[in-house]
Design a protein around this ligand. Structure first.
Ligand SMILES: [Zn+2]
Length: 122
């Protein structure tokens, strides 16, 4: 999976954390558990088995209707925050495009290098 997509998925998972805690606050455990199942899909895609186990524990607790789950969800959100912070520089690195002729930084999608004027083929 490319770094940009991975970052988007992690951010999505973090949004789900917020949504789950909102639902739990309203006592809607069924909706929260339904939403939490998206974690499994996302975390399988990004390949983070350690987080997957935490997500499964959250789903179990939601299924039991335990409001204490919000603590676990908040902690999970923090873990995601760390992963997002780790992933962000990788995305910038992946987006960094250099001219193959003069190695100047060039804008993504450019047809010609702004430095040496040569055509960029990639
Ligand atoms: Zn150039």
């Amino acid at each position: 999976m490319d770094a940009k997509l991975m970052l988007a998925r992690l951010k999505q998972a973090q949004q789900i954390c917020t949504y789950i805690n909102m639902k739990v606050a309203k006592g809607d455990f069924a909706a929260a558990a339904h939403m939490a199942r998206n974690f499994i899909v996302i975390l399988t895609q990004v390949g983070m088995p350690d987080l997957l186990r935490e997500a499964e524990a959250i789903i179990n607790q939601l299924n039991q209707g335990d409001a204490q789950v919000t603590i676990k969800v908040a902690k999970f959100s923090q873990t995601l925050e760390v992963k997002i912070a780790e992933q962000t520089p990788r995305v910038h690195l992946a987006n960094e495009v250099k001219c193959p002729h003069c190695h100047a930084d060039i804008l993504e999608g450019s047809k010609f290098c702004g430095q040496c004027g040569k055509q960029l083929t990639s």
